[in-house]
Design a protein around this ligand. Structure first.
Ligand code: AP5
Ligand code: MG
Length: 214
């Protein structure tokens, strides 16, 4: 099963993608997590990506597409994957489709987690992220078992550099300009499914399970 998560920054794509990955036993592939891991490790890719991410801008398509195609060509992605944060532009979606067509396959579901902009800023300031394993928590809505420590891997939780309110506003603008057009794109392909992202994480996941099936 090949699933794409769509939605504004902070809509809950990562939160839901990790649940999908666990239930359906497919890898959770997040371009944002790949970039953040590279920044943490000080790689050239990380240095390049950070310039854009700290401004709330998208990393150029050329670079992002190469990273993503390398990742999904790995063995663990043979039976499918859930993409979180990719594609984010029409050209990225077209490259992915062309690649899948070559392999005789296609995207099965594009799950759009819908949350109005007003809800996003508050969510982001309370978010805490694990830069080691990519897990995400919230000070109010999704607390780790031990404050400041990742439940999965025991690493320290941090506020992401791009979660400052000014940067979040910029990311929302970039989302509306460059990523929202993908909603029409996947509607035309007949694979778009929209869920209400304003309810609890458990309720959002239930709606997604209803779409994906048992
Ligand atoms: P990326 O890491 O993908 O960030 P994003 O799209 O801005 O999305 P977020 O990770 O901020 O939010 P999310 O939807 O995953 O929400 P989450 O589950 O954490 O990208 C970062 C940057 O990398 C981009 O700005 C860009 O520069 C670059 N990049 C990445 N991919 C790229 C690409 N393809 N092309 C170009 N550039 C790219 O939830 C948010 C918070 O809310 C959490 O605290 C969570 O616990 C909480 N929460 C979740 N669900 C609920 C709920 N139902 N109720 C209450 N709280 C909830
Ligand atoms: Mg995320």
């Amino acid at each position: 099963m090949k699933i794409i998560m769509l939605g504004a920054p902070g809509a809950g794509k990562g939160t839901q993608a990790s649940r999908i990955a666990e239930k359906y036993q497919i890898p959770h592939v997040s371009t944002g997590d790949i970039f953040r891991a590279n920044i943490k490790n000080g790689t050239d890719l990380g240095k390049e990506a950070k310039k854009y991410m700290d401004q709330g801008q998208l990393v150029p398509d050329e670079l992002t597409v190469r990273i993503l195609l390398d990742r999904v060509a790995q063995d663990d992605c043979k039976n499918g994957y859930v993409l979180d944060g990719f594609p984010r532009t029409i050209p990225q979606a077209e490259v992915l489709d062309a690649e899948l067509t070559k392999l005789g396959t296609k995207v099965d579901y594009a799950v759009n987690v819908e949350v109005p902009d007003e809800n996003i800023i508050g969510r982001m300031s309370g978010r805490r992220a694990c830069l080691k394993c990519g897990a995400t928590y919230h000070l109010e809505f999704l607390r780790p078992k031990t404050e400041g420590i990742c439940d999965n891997c025991g690493s320290e939780l941090v506020l992401r550099d791009d979660d400052k309110p000014e940067t979040v506003k910029k990311r929302l603008t970039v989302y509306h300009d460059q990523t929202q057009p993908l909603i029409d794109y996947y509607t035309e392909k007949g694979v778009l499914k929209t869920v209400d992202g304003t309810v609890s994480p458990e309720q959002v996941f239930q709606a997604i399970e209803n779409i994906l099936g048992a």
